[in-house]
Design a protein around this ligand. Structure first.
Ligand code: WQD
Length: 336
């Protein structure tokens, strides 16, 4: 029996494939390389010494995707594939709704046709919106402020409705907080195809000399030092959370959401200073205007994942900044 990983060549997907192979799962990866590079596949094999099946395909091609179900004995799906740039989603909403939502519906229709009813879905803390108070709990009302976040909220709803329609479905909705860091080997890591939207990849590109300085988006928030507070989680801890969620869905039915975070908040300037101290690298920065749509604080209540998935984070902010730098300094141009 195999596990199908959509978007398995991506940042979180590739780290999860490494953990699955280490646990001796049979793995099939499907990826259209819209936000990833073929080289990742070689790096995964180098890290694990194991092989896996790969298909270059988009979820929007039902015929091509059906081939994967025909040719393999799939037991569960871990679904990462989707566009994820908040800013681009505001400019091109239809591109995001088509790719993320229609792609997921196509995948789910084939899962039903081939009686594959175990799903781990890559959701996001962005679904907690602007009106909840930290720490965010899974029971809180959801709302979104951009089409990217809305696709995540809609797909959660679609999976909820499918679970009501067919009691045999078993689903885990994983709400990621802020994934950063990289595998300790420095062979895989975050490699944005454009100018990085997210803090850590921009910061490491400043550190490696690709960018002149970091823009800190505002220092007048109601936070200890005025800069934005986020729950940064090491991508390897996050990947291990997927293994725990997969085990859960393989041995139960129904649908549950889980926060995957550390439960601790770190400000932008805290992260910058920790990076500088741990790596001995100066990060020039300038305080600029806040970014539209940003909230002051976001961090998780992590009790549900601890109780129900027997999972909690082990790696620290020091580990995260060290591993992010180790990846970037060994791969100044990413996977190019
Ligand atoms: C973190 C903090 C910024 C960049 C988003 C999505 C979420 C997920 C992760 C995809 C904030 C500040 C950032 C910079 C800065 N995306 N910042 N200068 O916005 O919490 O979450 O990315 O899965 O769904 O919403 O992450 O890394 O963009 O920002 O000062 O150049 O860093 O204001 O406080 P965010 P981020």
């Amino acid at each position: 029996m195999s596990i199908l990983i959509t978007g398995g060549a991506g940042y979180i997907g590739s780290h999860t494939v490494v953990e699955l192979l280490k646990k001796n799962f049979e793995v099939i990866v499907v990826d259209d390389f819209s936000n990833s590079k073929h080289e990742v596949l070689n790096r995964i094999k180098k890290i694990t010494g194991k092989s896996f099946t790969f298909y270059e395909e988009t979820l929007l091609n039902k015929e091509g995707l059906e081939n994967i179900f025909k040719e393999n004995n799939i037991e569960a799906v871990i679904h990462f594939a989707g566009y994820k740039a908040v800013g681009e989603s505001v400019e091109k909403p239809l591109k995001y709704y088509r790719n993320n939502i229609i792609g997921t519906i196509t995948l789910m229709e084939l899962m039903n046709e081939y009686a594959v009813k175990n799903m781990v879905f890559s959701s996001s803390a962005t679904v907690y919106g602007m009106n909840n108070v930290v720490p965010f709990k899974e029971t809180m009302p959801l709302s979104t402020t951009n089409p990217y976040g809305t696709t995540k909220m809609f797909i959660e709803q679609i999976l909820q409705d499918q679970s009501i329609a067919d009691k045999d479905w078993s689903t885990a909705l994983l709400r990621y907080f802020n994934p950063i860091g990289a595998h300790e080997s420095g062979l895989i890591g975050e490699d944005p195809s454009e100018v990085p939207n997210n803090l850590m990849p921009y910061l490491t590109q400043v550190a490696v000399g690709k960018r002149a300085k970091l823009s800190v988006f505002g220092d007048t928030y109601k936070t200890p030092d005025g800069t934005g507070v986020r729950d940064y989680i090491h991508v390897v801890d996050l990947a291990k959370g997927h293994i725990q969620a997969l085990e859960k869905v393989l041995h139960s039915t129904g649908i549950e959401a889980y926060n995957l975070g550390t439960g601790k908040g770190t400000s932008v300037l805290d992260l910058v200073r920790t990076f500088e101290k741990e790596n001995g690298v100066d990060i020039p920065y300038e305080i600029v205007e806040p970014r539209a749509g940003d909230i002051a604080s976001s961090y998780a209540d992590v009790s549900k994942a601890k109780e129900e998935l027997n999972w909690e984070t082990k790696l620290t902010i020091d580990d995260m900044v060290r591993d992010s730098w180790n990846w970037q300094k060994n791969n100044p141009n990413g996977y190019e």
